[in-house]
Design a protein around this ligand. Structure first.
Ligand SMILES: [Zn+2]
Length: 89
């Protein structure tokens, strides 16, 4: 069974404070994430192996966006996002 069946998946946009590395201006940027929330129950048709993996599974989210564009009109450069790309919760 594919691990994806253990989760309900949705896309979320979170407002994340970032500092542009070019001009140092701080701003809040909408960053997209895929949120995978673990289901309450093991999906039907699971075998023992699936059951064991489901037991260890945790809800998590994966960052979709790799880059942000600076909002400072005198800069407007794109920069790479840093920090975690996968967050467990
Ligand atoms: Zn900038």
């Amino acid at each position: 069974m594919d691990d994806k069946r253990f989760y309900d998946e949705k896309q979320e946009t979170k407002q994340i404070p970032l500092v542009c590395p070019h001009c140092r201006q701080e701003g809040t940027y909408p960053i997209r994430w895929i949120v995978r929330t673990k289901k309450n129950q093991l999906p039907a048709g699971a075998n023992d192996d699936d059951r064991a993996r489901f037991g260890k599974a945790r809800s998590y989210m994966v960052r979709v966006d790799e880059m942000a564009g600076c909002r400072n009109i005198r800069c407007r450069k794109r920069f790479e996002l840093t920090g975690q790309t996968v967050v467990l919760f």
